[in-house]
Design a protein around this ligand. Structure first.
Ligand code: DC
Length: 226
């Protein structure tokens, strides 16, 4: 059967990874969370006191970063490894969310990450989520989704996720972080977040996860069978 590339882009906390993961599972495709890669690099920079405004330091640091993914049996998803260390829990912390958009705006960081993401094209059957996947990483992808949701719904979803690990977190902190990242991600100079011309906009504010997956699977099957 023909295999395709599916891209899922959109603002923070629209449920991109949840959708992408479910699609990959249904289709038996590889799921790649590109945001995890930017988060892991941010984690490395913070841990090693790398100044990401200093190009020389960034270039040297990137030489020491190896990113890979490993399957997490417990959660049925993939965890990111930074130089072999599973950093999945660390990269979801607020300290990383606060800085990741600054790091993701650095040219050398984007070149490093995009090159790794594109090596996956050799074998199709990929679902990748992020901000520039349909525009820059896989402009030739057969199915591109641009996911949106009401800001209030997004805050509530992210809050429900984070409060389990950090009971002190407030909705206000989450709202500020999402607004800041949306602003930085869509206004940065290099590959800013924007809808690819041929992407389908999907507003999932009032859809259940199942409805959303069923809808996109239908679109995917149309492409696979065309
Ligand atoms: O998907 P996420 O929220 O985990 O992504 C974290 C940050 O990484 C996001 O705010 C912007 C950046 N990012 C990016 O610039 N390009 C991507 N393809 C994916 C993420």
């Amino acid at each position: 059967m023909k295999k395709i590339i599916i891209t899922v882009d959109g603002y923070s906390s629209c449920g991109k990874s949840t959708l992408a993961k479910a699609l990959a599972k249904k289709l038996n495709y590889v799921f790649i969370d590109s945001g995890a890669m930017y988060r892991a690099i941010t984690f490395y920079f913070l841990r090693n006191n790398i100044d990401w405004n200093n190009t020389g330091e960034v270039i040297e640091a990137l030489k020491n970063i190896h990113l890979s993914f490993t399957y997490n049996e417990k959660y049925g998803s993939s965890d990111i490894l930074l130089n072999g260390e599973n950093v999945e829990t660390h990269i979801r912390e607020m300290a990383i969310s606060d800085k990741v958009s600054d790091v993701a705006a650095v040219k050398e960081v984007r070149e490093f990450t995009v090159a790794q993401q594109q090596t996956n094209t050799a074998s199709k059957g990929i679902v990748m989520d992020g901000r520039d996947i349909g525009t820059v990483v896989f402009p030739e992808a057969e199915l591109k989704i641009f996911l949106t949701a009401d800001p209030a719904v997004r805050v509530e979803r992210r809050y429900a996720q984070i409060v389990l690990k950090d009971p002190t977190i407030t909705r206000e902190e989450i709202k500020k972080n999402l607004e800041m990242r949306d602003y930085l991600d869509s206004t940065r100079e290099i590959s800013p977040l924007r809808k690819a011309e041929d992407a389908i906009v999907l507003d999932n504010s009032h859809l259940t996860q199942q409805e959303q997956v069923d809808l996109v699977l239908q679109w995917a099957n149309e492409k696979i069978n065309s």
